[in-house]
Design a protein around this ligand. Structure first.
Ligand SMILES: Cc1ncc(COP(=O)(O)O)c(C=O)c1O
Length: 395
């Protein structure tokens, strides 16, 4: 076979292509860098996912530290070997009960929970119907599942109906279908039409799998989540995934659903079986945060109210932002470079905000992404609005 002149030659740098990729990123204004944050900072933080301000709540940090002292810094093994402690079992029981599901399974991250749920519920010959706005971890779950995936337009139950209908015409379709969607979409903060998706699923005998990463702690009575709010929690055909790293201020993920689904995951989900159990400190911290939320359910209401107030004042100030359904407030920027500059200017004005650029935004529109934390004071809201409006790019 003749040698490919473009192929690597002996002695050449096998990573030379990385330099070219880096240069392409640089000229498109898409370079990302890691910026370690100090433990204490004067910046007002609207960039984290700490929706309820619980990550540094003394009850939560004390519980995390106590769990590490009692159970060790790590879980010491996979959940099926030595990695399950009493804390994991308590957390699973209380989380399922609070959110209205029969059972729960805790994993080492929300990412792992999504991979586990999608892959365990599907097989080659299944159909996955996936909302076009879904989080990367659901998308990767679809890829790993080896099932046929139909990506449907964002927030469109009719398109879900059609995709489920069309499945029967596929020669290799074995009759098992799952519809997967975020409950609240991380880019724009809008919410999925869960009732419409459930109706479409039920018309076709499909399961509904919802990633409630941004709904837990914010939506539903006492922050029980989007599925609880939609009256779908605990239904026999509904499965939820969650992260413990946002409203619960800790780390880790969970799958919630009928007990037989959870038992199936314990036996088949590779990101559960072949992964070290969640660190005891993270389990203990999340459990303390969940108990705090049960005791102080108004925290969830406040997060939603802060989001609406930020939206109201920023749009009144001339900015373009989607009406938030939960606690994510997304403000459009004219370009990736403008978004980066705007975020830097906010920082100089004392405010830390998130900055979403391609490839994290499916429509290519860059945004500032604000977390409407439930623990913000009215004065902090004033400061945040002032900093964002005074640094906004001029059209
Ligand atoms: C919608 C959504 N799902 C899943 C995840 C992943 O969760 P974790 O960070 O716990 O892996 C995130 C964010 O981090 C998310 O925003």
């Amino acid at each position: 076979m003749p040698a490919d002149p473009a192929a690597a030659q002996p002695g050449t740098d096998p990573f030379a292509w990385i330099d070219e990729a880096r240069e392409r990123r640089r000229s498109a204004g898409l370079v990302r860098t890691l910026n370690p944050r100090p433990a204490d900072s004067d910046l007002l933080d609207l960039a984290s996912n700490d929706y309820l301000g619980l990550a540094r709540h003394p009850e939560v940090t004390r519980a995390a530290a106590a769990a590490a002292h009692r159970w060790g810094a790590g879980a010491t093994g996979s959940r099926l070997v030595t990695g399950t402690t009493e804390l994991h079992a308590q957390l699973e029981g209380e989380l399922a009960e609070y959110c209205g599901f029969e059972a729960a399974l805790v994993l080492s991250s929300g990412y792992a929970a999504n991979l586990a749920a999608v892959t365990a519920l599907t097989a080659p010959g299944s159909l996955v119907v996936s909302d076009a706005g879904n989080h990367a971890s659901l998308i990767d779950g679809c890829r790993l599942s080896r099932a046929r995936t139909a990506v449907v337009p964002h927030g469109d139950p009719e398109a879900v109906h059609k995709a489920l209908d069309a499945a029967h015409a596929e020669p290799d379709y074995e009759g098992r279908a799952v519809v997967v969607s975020d409950s609240v979409f991380s880019v724009d903060g809008d919410s999925a039409p869960l009732a419409g998706y459930a109706t479409a699923c039920r018309a076709h005998g499909a399961a509904l799998l919802v990633d409630d990463a941004h709904g837990l702690g914010v939506l539903g009575e006492g922050g029980r989540g989007a599925l609880h709010a939609a009256g779908l929690a605990g239904d026999r055909d509904v499965v939820a995934t969650m992260t413990l790293s946002k409203s619960l201020g800790s780390q880790g993920g969970a799958v919630l659903g009928p007990a037989k689904v959870i038992e199936h995951l314990v036996n088949t989900a590779r990101t559960f079986i072949f992964d070290t159990g969640l660190a005891p400190a993270a389990a203990g911290g999340a459990l303390a945060a969940l108990r705090l939320l049960r005791r102080e359910p108004q925290r969830a209401d406040r997060a939603r109210a802060v989001a609406r107030e930020l939206h109201r004042r920023l749009t009144a100030g001339g900015l373009s932002a989607v009406l938030p359904d939960a606690a994510v407030v997304s403000v459009r920027a004219p370009s990736p470079e403008a978004a980066v500059r705007w975020a830097a200017d906010c920082r100089a004005a004392g405010l830390r905000v998130g900055c979403f650029r391609p490839p994290s935004v499916p429509d290519g529109i860059s945004r500032l992404r604000l977390t409407a934390r439930g623990d913000l004071t009215d004065r902090q809201i004033d400061e945040a609005v002032g900093a964002i409006l005074s640094t906004a790019p001029t059209a």
